[in-house]
Ligand binder design. Structure first.
Ligand code: 5AD
Ligand code: SF4
Length: 438
């Protein structure tokens, strides 16, 4: 495949690494002297080969000549970006803050586990100085444990038809909105552009729960896209475990499926005819099948308390999520929660920071929903402990109709413009838009 970086030089979502060791299904990959373990269950490889990995999974081989050219481009950047990140994520100097908060922050700095009461105290902080310190601390933990790699995944929203009626969702079944379904060819073509033109190495295929896409249709789509050398995330809701087994065989390796809330009463009220237990059971089963799991929750549901948010973080960790995905509820017109108050941006940032404090090595997404809360929200999320992003690559005619919530910042923005501004943002804060396969 032609390296996209020639014509899209700032966009590299993965750095090729060199195989230095092979231990049955695992290989050790070297990136400028840093070694990472990756799973290889598909490709014939040998020591000395150059490969791309995403989320700890080998996704593609790269021709040596091409890899060397890309590495030449990255060599300068790689260490330069790390330096910027290290400087930005330094701990703050001594600050005058309230004694109770100070001792709590000292405990975090010593990496001591927080009690439930202390986590609650963190979530209720409101003093600006204290909040900024908290975010800085979380960012420091992120830098120390995960370095500056930031996953950047492309997302294709391929159908806004859904069999469910979640109270918060702008594409719920009962709403009279203009519906679309991308054909398999349209989905595959969109993926091809995302891979070949924009250089994505991981793609999320997202839709409502739409039985129109049968097991066979999805298998075909997955096989074709997997052959492009990318990690495939499925975000298609609850389906039979046996179907998910087939999708794994076809080449899908990751799932994005939020449990939405750990509060069973709220779940039951807001997600009619669906089952919390079934959802959790499925997430556990998917993990067993071997999928990477991205899961999480909504922030700001009616009657939700800070204790619920803490329980949500703990449940995500217990499910051994490879990636945390949570974001604020953005009230969608015409839905039963259309008049609900939008969560405060600081509550979301505090949740990111607390998640980072509870789970040092986590991958934490900055979601588009967070981005709707302010122009700098993406940057603020990344500086509060987050280290993953998804960029929308859905063709704009469909993207406009995938209105789960209103005011999405990417709804009218050209794909290229969005990618460029995001990559520039990442560079400006010293993050490498790659996934080093940790
Ligand atoms: N605001 C924010 N996120 C929403 N989702 C659904 N409706 C909304 C909304 N109004 C989220 C759900 C779902 C994901 C695809 O979109 O958490 O898992
Ligand atoms: Fe369907 Fe998901 Fe929306 Fe619920 S949140 S109505 S399952 S698309």
């Amino acid at each position: 495949m032609i390296a996209n970086y020639y014509n899209f030089s700032i966009m590299c979502y993965a750095i090729p690494g060199k195989i230095v060791e092979i231990n049955s299904r695992f290989a050790v990959v070297d990136y400028f002297g840093e070694k990472r373990n990756v799973l290889n269950d598909e490709q014939p490889i040998k020591i000395g080969d150059y490969v791309y990995a995403q989320g700890g999974i080998l996704v593609d081989k790269v021709e040596t000549k091409e890899a060397i050219k890309i590495l030449e481009f990255w060599k300068r950047q790689f260490f330069e970006l790390k330096k910027i990140d290290r400087n930005l994520s330094q701990k703050a100097g001594k600050q005058k803050i309230e004694q109770n908060t100070l001792s709590l922050f000292q405990k975090i700095n010593r990496s001591q586990e927080l009690s439930n009461q202390e986590a609650l105290t963190l979530l209720s902080l409101s003093n600006r100085k204290e909040l900024e310190l908290l975010y800085k601390m979380a960012n420091n933990i992120r830098q120390k444990n995960n370095d500056n790699a930031c996953c950047v995944h492309g997302i294709i929203e391929f159908s806004n038809c859904c069999a469910n009626n979640c109270f918060y969702c702008g594409i719920r079944k009962n709403l009279k909105i203009s519906r679309f379904r991308m054909s398999p060819e349209e989905i595959i073509n969109t993926a091809q552009i995302a891979v070949e033109k924009y250089g994505f190495k991981a793609l999320v295929l997202q839709s409502g729960e739409d039985p129109y896409y049968t097991e066979k249709i999805l298998e075909l789509i997955i096989k074709k896209i997997r052959a492009m050398g990318v990690l495939i995330f499925l975000s298609i809701g609850v389906r039979d475990a046996s179907e998910y087994e087939s999708f794994y065989k076809a080449g899908a390796r990751a799932i994005l499926l939020r449990f939405e809330t750990s509060n069973k009463k709220i779940f039951k009220r807001l997600r009619p005819n669906t089952s919390f237990e079934k959802r959790i059971k499925l997430i556990k089963k998917l993990k067993k099948i071997g999928y990477l799991i991205a899961t999480g929750f909504l922030i700001g549901l009616p009657d939700e308390t800070n204790q619920d948010i803490i329980n949500n973080i703990i449940l995500t960790k217990k499910l051994e999520a490879d990636m945390y995905s949570f974001g604020p509820l953005i009230p969608a017109g015409g839905t039963p929660l259309g008049r609900q108050k939008t969560a405060d941006i600081d509550l979301v940032l505090k949740t990111i920071a607390l998640t980072r404090i509870i789970d040092h090595e986590a991958k934490i997404l900055v979601t588009t929903a967070l981005e709707t809360l302010g122009t700098n929200a993406k940057k603020r999320g990344l500086l509060a402990g987050a280290n993953s992003l998804m960029l929308n690559v859905t063709p704009s005619i469909f993207r406009k109709k995938y209105a789960i919530y209103p005011g999405r910042p990417d709804r009218n923005k050209g794909i290229e413009k969005n990618i460029k501004s995001t990559v520039n943002l990442l560079y400006s804060i010293g993050r490498a838009p790659t996934d080093l396969g940790i």
